[in-house]
Design a protein around this ligand. Structure first.
Ligand SMILES: Cc1cc2nc3c(=O)[nH]c(=O)nc-3n(C[C@H](O)[C@H](O)[C@H](O)COP(=O)(O)OP(=O)(O)OC[C@H]3O[C@@H](n4cnc5c(N)ncnc54)[C@H](O)[C@@H]3O)c2cc1C
Length: 418
């Protein structure tokens, strides 16, 4: 069976890994291998967009183990903080939360009760809130003050300008899964020296089994008995690239396959090497700037792995926004100017590199649950997996993409008797 996989992100590479013994596979990739999880590699490798994993990411952890990379997987309590009036406050231990000045004691108690309530419910329970906007749900259940002081900054940090569109179902599901933390903070995992090792190992293994991984974007995709991908014939196609790209390549196929329009958000991430820390020991700070978070990578992984302080300024926006159109230098200027209030000046920055992803994830807006894609589509021999698949809800993640790759591989095997 000849299978074309569109996209060499973690979904496409994982699907190829789990199908490598059963099919003759060609992976088409228009950009860098690893997709959103790819890296910038000067003398070391660092993800273009900050990446870490969680203890519950069993599919990813199993794959890391199968690829003999478990020795590289390290776990650390990563400290988080929140800006309030230009100052970043740590928000990890119960005492730190009590001391945080941005919220009254009553609101903190309300928030704790709400978190416990979410934790006690199943993920399915929240689905009934799919048509309710998160801002309306929070306003109704917790009040305007908590919405403004706590949830709006978080929603803005995660969705940029699209924060008012997000569904309450998503927010509740997300609070439930993220509230499983130690009293000292949340433990996060990282593949020491970078997730690029996972990408490289996957490419190596699938190529070793005769799969071809090609730097060639798919421009033409048609059903013709079997399938024609660019100028080659295949028996089946697995699409793992963003859905708007499918709409550009073959809108009729997207419609026939029953795939609905999904709105995507874009990421604008500035990676910089700084002479100074922003905080003393915090990994992730939510801030109210053009970007929504400051992620101090070298407060998570050792400085000596890089020989310099690495910091991400991470923001989200939408594909048509000015931030996506502006010249790189202009965006860098805006981001660096916003850093000033935290005591970092442009002279403190050794270098800065901007990474933008037009389609960095679906917007979990109201009605999203009805738009999620199933692996098998309405067109025979055409499969879809990736960020809009079930394992990537409510959090699109490396784990979700590995799981989606594994699940779609099983279905393709069943369909073709492999
Ligand atoms: C800012 C940011 C931070 C993140 N942080 C984390 C984190 O901390 N932890 C975590 O677990 N996950 C994180 N993620 C999510 C994680 O990176 C993704 O969920 C996962 O990598 C998606 O993999 P994918 O293969 O499904 O999609 P993608 O990585 O988008 O892969 C799709 C591939 O298709 C390719 N493609 C597009 N068009 C074509 C075409 N015409 N022909 C051929 N190929 C094409 C693309 O170039 C891309 O390589 C983060 C994502 C972002 C954007």
């Amino acid at each position: 069976m000849k299978l074309a996989i569109v996209g060499a992100g973690l979904t496409g590479l994982s699907a190829a890994y789990f199908l490598k013994d059963s099919a003759k596979i060609t992976i088409f990739e228009s950009d860098g291998y690893g997709g959103l999880a790819s890296s910038y590699c000067p003398s070391y490798c660092i993800e273009k967009f900050y990446h870490h994993c969680f203890r519950r990411d069993s599919d990813l952890i199993d794959l890391i183990s199968e690829l003999n990379l478990s020795g590289k997987l390290v776990w650390r309590v990563a400290r988080v903080g929140q800006e309030y009036n230009g100052k970043i406050y740590p928000l990890n231990t119960p005492l730190e939360i009590l001391k945080y000045p941005g919220m009254s004691l009553i609101d903190k108690a309300k928030l704790a009760k709400f978190t416990l309530w979410c934790k006690g419910k199943s993920q399915e329970y929240f689905r009934k809130y799919d048509e309710v906007k998160a801002v309306d749900g929070i306003r109704r259940d917790l009040g305007e003050r908590l919405l403004k002081s706590f949830f709006l900054p978080l929603l803005r940090s995660k969705f940029g300008d699209l924060y008012t569109e997000v569904s309450y179902a998503w927010l509740l599901a997300r609070v439930a899964i993220r509230s499983n933390r130690k009293s000292s903070g949340e433990e996060l995992g990282y593949l020491r020296h970078g997730f690029q090792q996972l990408v490289d190992r996957l490419v190596e293994r699938v190529e070793g089994e005769g799969c071809e991984v090609r730097k060639e974007g798919v421009k033409r995709l048609e059903k013709c008995g079997g399938w024609r991908v660019n100028d080659e014939h295949f028996d089946a196609v697995l699409w793992t690239a963003p859905l708007p790209v499918l709409k550009e390549v073959n809108p009729a196929l997207k419609a026939a396959a029953g795939i609905k329009d999904v709105r995507y958000q874009s990421s604008v991430c500035l990676l910089l090497s700084s002479e100074k820390d922003v905080t003393q020991d915090i990994y992730w700070s939510n801030v109210n700037c053009t970007f929504g978070a400051i992620i101090e990578h070298t407060h998570f992984m050792p400085f000596k792995d890089y020989g310099e302080r690495l910091i991400y300024l991470a923001g989200y926006t939408y594909p048509e926004s000015e931030l996506m159109k502006m010249r790189e230098e202009e965006v860098i200027k805006i981001y660096v100017k916003d850093l000033k209030k935290f005591g970092i000046d442009s002279k403190d920055i050794r270098w800065a590199k901007l990474f933008r992803a037009k389609y960095s994830g679906p917007v979990y807006e109201t009605g999203y649950l009805k738009k999620m894609t199933s692996y098998k589509t309405g067109v025979e021999g055409f499969y879809v997996a990736g960020m809009t698949s079930d394992p990537n809800y409510p959090e699109r993640s490396m784990n979700g993409s590995v799981k989606a790759g594994k699940e779609v591989a099983r279905i393709i095997k069943e369909d073709f008797g492999l």
